[in-house]
Design a protein around this ligand. Sequence first.
Ligand SMILES: Nc1nc2c(c(=O)[nH]1)N[C@H]1C(S)=C(S)[C@@H](COP(=O)(O)O)O[C@H]1N2
Ligand SMILES: [Mo]
Length: 328
Amino acid sequence: MRPDRSNNPPPSAITPEPVYRRRRQVLKLLGLGATALATGCGSEAAPPAAAPESNITSKPLAVANRVDAAAGEAKTTFQDATHYNNFYEFGTGKADPAANSGAFQPRPWSVEIAGLAEKTGRFTLEDILQDHALEERIYRMRCVEAWSMVIPWVGFPLGDLLKRFKPLASAKYVAFTTVERPAQMPGQADRVLDWPYREGLRMDEAMHPLTLLAVGMYGRELPNQNGAPLRLVVPWKYGFKGIKSIVKIEFVESMPSTTWNVMAADEYGFYANVNPAVDHPRWSQKTERRIAGSGFNLFGNRIETLPFNGYAEQVAHLYAGMDLRKNF
Ligand SMILES: Nc1nc2c(c(=O)[nH]1)N[C@H]1C(S)=C(S)[C@@H](COP(=O)(O)O)O[C@H]1N2
Ligand SMILES: [Mo]
């Protein structure tokens, strides 16, 4: 059973507004983010839930329909989802992407479609988005580091886009590449990863209706730190599969090389399906720290991790007959 924490009082009800404001200023001086704020002392208040911070001014998006694919579990606050990030192009600290992505220009944007398809070439973001009604999809997101969030994405099924290019029968995988722009992405000065960031999916995974190409979250365009203007969301896989700021999509015949797999093949597999039965070599994957609900307790909110992140019913068949310990 996953605990229902949706009835917790909002932090703003616990600590008066000027008090947490002041604390936030202090933590800012220390270079600590909102989550650190929460951690220092268990009873300290986090910023108010729900209200998006006014410093993120991305455009509101209209959605055609909404799907809660997270069983009504409490959503992560906009503040946490936009200030506790992994986006190494802007630094390896969780607060770095929010702090260092202000100069990044997600528009104009284009995406190169390449490889084994009838239609290939360079397409503007507007070309890519045309014909696709935007939906809101609330998904769990489980990072391989064992923390998780519940995020309302705005996007459309990746498969609907891929079909437009008429992939050939020989296309067995899809490879994705993030933009390489060191002048706007200060983290790319450090060779912590082999830039550009690359990811991949098997064709049937890419075509699965749960696989989303996201352009927004919380009803607005994606903030830079979350992968503007276009990022992948594959809710049954570890978060690192969700490649951000995509500039290239290529249809290929054999399994593409992917950044984290190249970095440490024994720690990060190509499939990266969320699996509580297969531990990371350096930590257990049996539980996760949910950043939602009370939201500000770094060590609490520990819940059980579910096979395929709770999406087994929809996706387990894709891996029938495979040894998920070997193909982790
Ligand atoms: N290009 C790029 N994409 C990336 C990453 C990254 O460092 N670079 N980090 C990944 C990891 S490890 C996670 S958990 C998610 C985090 O997404 P979020 O910050 O929007 O929550 O983005 C993924 N996509
Ligand atoms: Mo992650």
